[in-house]
Design a protein around this ligand. Structure first.
Ligand code: 13P
Ligand code: SF4
Length: 307
């Protein structure tokens, strides 16, 4: 293990590469990454990096977003098969068909979508800035619009509840959050750890969010934990985040609502794959110019809106 880490560090310098990793990555990937964060923070890092090569340890749509922001750079993903089943639930054809049902459609796409869908959208959001993005849309376009929110129904419903703004929500979901983090697990954890603060990702089902003290993106969870006077936390999201939480907050205790909430795609990224693609400059992300130029617009609008 140490050998590969040493070799990777030399290679990173040689190639002027930066390694960006999502918080759901394996612990050994957290340890070699130059930056570990949530989707919004990673997009921001990708937009401002001075490196020539970005090794993106996350899923495909994230690496694609990094490329759209940096077409002059090489963006590599350690495993091309690391997709996102939620992003697969909306295609550009389905979105175009759905838009036809409305008089004044304005499309907000969660960043968990492919470039073709983003190219057909007015603005993107992540779970960090979603509520502010929806408010901004109403401010800019007025009330006489039909907001389409795609693809996550749980995040969409959560935004609608918090903002009071009516949206037409696509019926997509994240299997890791929706199918594996169940209310009964959260209730059991709350009974076992009654003093713990409960933090849930808005991709969880509404019944889970109702049991939580806060619904937060992964980045906002990290911030909340640092600020909170609580010493124990029940975490309702992908379990990869626990490694970072424990590392950053050694005096606090973390309990996953369930150990079943694992994203198999995030876990496809391994140290050996990171080394291999960088050594051989493999798995280079590319998006056709006409799609990239159109997808850049909603992504750059998203980056102007804070969490
Ligand atoms: P955030 O990193 O924005 O919290 O999103 C989590 C997620 O599921 C990414 O796929
Ligand atoms: Fe997609 Fe869910 Fe995995 Fe995030 S956790 S990448 S939304 S499947």
């Amino acid at each position: 293990m140490n050998d590969i880490i040493q070799k990777l560090n030399i290679l990173k310098k040689e190639k002027k590469a930066v390694v960006l990793a999502h918080v759901y990555q394996r612990s050994e990937i957290h340890d070699i990454a130059d930056f570990v964060g949530d989707s919004l923070e990673l997009s921001r890092q990708a937009a401002q990096t001075k490196a020539d090569v970005i090794v993106f340890c996350g899923v495909h749509f994230m690496a694609e977003t990094a490329y759209i922001l940096n077409p002059q750079k090489k963006v590599l993903i350690p495993d091309l098969e690391a997709g996102c089943p939620m992003a697969d639930m909306i295609t550009v054809e389905k979105l175009k068909e759905f838009k036809l049902k409305f008089k004044n459609p304005v499309v907000i796409s969660y960043v968990n979508t492919y470039a073709t869908v983003k190219a057909e959208s007015d603005i993107c959001c992540t779970s960090s800035n979603a509520v502010n993005v929806v408010k901004k849309v109403v401010e800019s376009f007025g009330k006489n619009i039909d907001i389409i929110f795609t693809p996550d129904r749980n995040l969409g419903e959560y935004i609608q509840k918090i903002s009071g703004i009516k949206m037409n929500i696509w019926n997509g979901f994240c299997p890791t959050h929706n199918n594996f983090i169940l209310p009964e697990y959260v209730k059991t954890a709350k009974n076992k750890y009654p003093k713990a603060e409960v933090l849930a990702h808005p991709e969880c089902r509404p019944e889970v969010l109702d049991l939580a003290d806060y619904a937060l993106s992964t980045g906002s969870m990290c911030k909340r934990i640092k600020e909170s006077s609580s010493k124990e936390f029940i975490i309702c999201t992908e379990t990869g985040i626990l490694y970072k939480l424990q590392k950053d907050n050694p005096g606090k205790k973390f309990y996953p609502a369930t150990n079943l909430s694992i994203c198999p795609n995030m876990k496809k990224i391994t140290l050996a794959k990171v080394y291999d693609i960088l050594a051989n400059m493999k798995n280079i992300i590319f998006v056709q110019d006409n799609i990239r130029e159109r997808a850049y617009i909603p992504i750059s609008k998203m980056l102007k809106i804070n969490a």
